[in-house]
Write a protein that binds this ligand. Structure first.
Ligand code: SF4
Length: 502
């Protein structure tokens, strides 16, 4: 075996996708994947500073790797991601055994920086911002080592133009930059040709996708901007009605429609839209394009207008609910998930009760709930005089959890007796005799298969739901579709293979 690498990822899907790209770059450079981090020749920690305790987790992991480095001085330790972007030189000041530090704007340099460190010693390279012309800045434009063959993430936009007071993303990821429309469509077409049937479009605020492209195109047309449209986009622009459309195009809805129409793509997901930017066009595209899954992740954060204002979220609770109602009215069978923070600085009991009321009215299928924890460098971290006592936050968290669990359970129980299309994700982690899949509404389903007939990962199957809990469904396999043919002979025809009920 040649040189090896391993990556530990802390954080969100954007980070996981960045890790896939770092893996792809290292494999392109001849490295092979090791299954144990501590045994690899290159140990990468891809960090996140959004999640709680990110610093402790990173520096704890680096502390443990110090002994590994002492035993194998030739092994390299690299720290990447948001926390590296934020801490910069501090990473090496606190952990001098780290060899490479790079941030969120130069993921594409991972292999070069590792090589540089091997030849010349430690290197820290943090760029202040992404260069728009540099298509490699988008993780999706780099080589990839995907975790699943049937499913792929596609980064459509990096950065964020908002200024939510609890969030460090704008500081570490920079302003929004959308990836050119034509490039994205081409990439998804290539993915489909390679056997991918499910794509998840990623961005910090997917719904504002294209805003910067339209602005730069207008600047370009007026001769006073730095228009960055690329060849791939011109075909879309000139060959469509956009030329006569006075609105800013492309919209995120245009992308949903274009990606959803690609032959072989059966499921399109996206995360996350900002409630203030959830446009009617997006809802209409979700309703009109069969491939777009019936799932909307719409972060609420708080149900109190006062807290939403302090968070600088740009909507009221009623506005949020209005948009949710519009989405539910348009998209049949829509599942809705959310993010909620409890104990934001200044949150009173009355504010929190409003969050409970909105959560109950929203009837969430699932939610990520968090107790506020200050992120250094954010405005909310400075609101020390308004911090909510921890025991109060814990109590609120528990009360909210019960409200969410009730609606999740009810939503799942309503599925009993239905036959759901699932994509097989593999054997259950707890019981290998049980197969796990995911519905279009993004619910986990556990089901048994006759011995010797366990469908491979990526197979589309139909499962009759027989039982429900708050976080998953149980069911019985009805039939499976013939596994997709090798890409060269792939057809879009579907053949169902009935399975005897177990
Ligand atoms: S929309 Fe707000 S929470 Fe989301 S990434 Fe941007 S600043 Fe952060």
């Amino acid at each position: 075996m040649g040189r090896t690498y391993a990556i530990r990822t802390f954080g969100c899907q954007m980070n996981e996708h960045d890790s896939e790209r770092i893996a792809g770059l290292l494999e392109d450079d001849g490295y092979e994947r090791a299954s144990v981090l501590e045994e690899a020749d290159v140990m990468v920690l891809n960090t996140c500073c959004i999640r709680e305790n990110a610093d402790n987790k990173l520096y704890g992991a680096l502390g443990r790797l110090k002994a590994v480095k002492a035993e194998r001085p030739d092994a390299l330790i690299a720290v990447a991601g948001c926390l590296a972007q934020k801490d910069r030189e501090l990473v090496r000041e606190r952990a001098g055994h780290v060899d490479v530090v790079f941030g969120t704007h130069n993921v594409h340099r991972a292999a070069e920086l590792v090589d540089h460190a091997r030849r010349h010693g430690p290197v820290v390279e943090i760029l202040a911002e992404t260069v728009r012309e540099d298509t490699e800045a988008f993780p999706s434009a780099l080589p990839v080592r995907r975790e699943a063959d049937h499913s792929a993430w596609v980064t459509i936009q990096i950065g964020c133009d908002n200024s939510c007071t609890f969030c460090i993303v704008p500081a570490v990821r920079g302003p929004e930059i959308s990836r050119p429309f034509g490039e994205l469509v081409d990439e998804v077409r290539d993915l489909a040709a390679g056997g991918v049937s499910e794509v998840t479009l990623l961005g910090q605020n997917v719904n504002s996708y294209g805003r910067d492209l339209a602005l730069s195109r207008r600047g370009s047309a007026n001769g006073n901007g730095n228009g960055q449209a690329r060849a791939g986009d011109d075909a879309w622009w000139c060959g469509s009605q956009w030329t006569s459309d006075r609105r800013a195009r492309p919209l995120f809805a245009d992308l949903l429609r274009a990606v959803g129409e690609i032959d072989g793509i059966r499921r399109v997901r996206f995360t996350s839209p900002h409630p203030k930017d959830l446009r009617p066009e997006t809802i209409a595209a979700m309703a009109a394009v069969p491939a777009v899954c019936e799932h909307l992740h719409l972060p609420l954060q708080s149900g109190s207008d006062a807290v939403l204002k302090a968070m600088r979220r740009g909507y009221t609770a009623e506005r949020y609910l209005e948009r949710l109602r519009a989405a539910r009215a348009a998209v049949t069978d829509l599942a809705v998930s959310t993010d909620i923070i409890v104990g934001f600085p200044g949150e009173t009991e009355a504010d929190f009760v409003q969050t409970l009321e909105v959560a109950a009215e929203a009837r969430y299928d699932s939610a990520f709930t968090f107790i506020f924890s200050p992120r250094p460098g954010t405005a909310a971290a400075e609101m020390i005089d308004r911090f909510v006592p921890h025991d109060v936050s814990v109590d609120r968290y528990e009360r909210l959890r019960r409200v969410i669990e009730r609606s999740s359970r009810l939503a799942n129980e309503a599925r009993i007796g239905r036959v759901e299309e699932v994509v097989v994700e593999g054997p259950s982690k707890k019981d290998p005799a049980v197969t796990t899949g995911r519905t279009r509404r993004n619910t986990l389903v556990h089901f048994g298969s006759p011995p010797g007939e366990v469908p491979p990962t990526g197979t589309y199957a139909h499962v009759e739901v027989t039982a429900a809990a708050a976080n998953f469904l149980q069911g019985a396999l009805v039939d499976i579709e013939a596994p997709r043919a090798a890409p060269a002979q792939a057809t879009s025809g579907r053949r169902l293979i009935p399975v005897a009920a177990s």
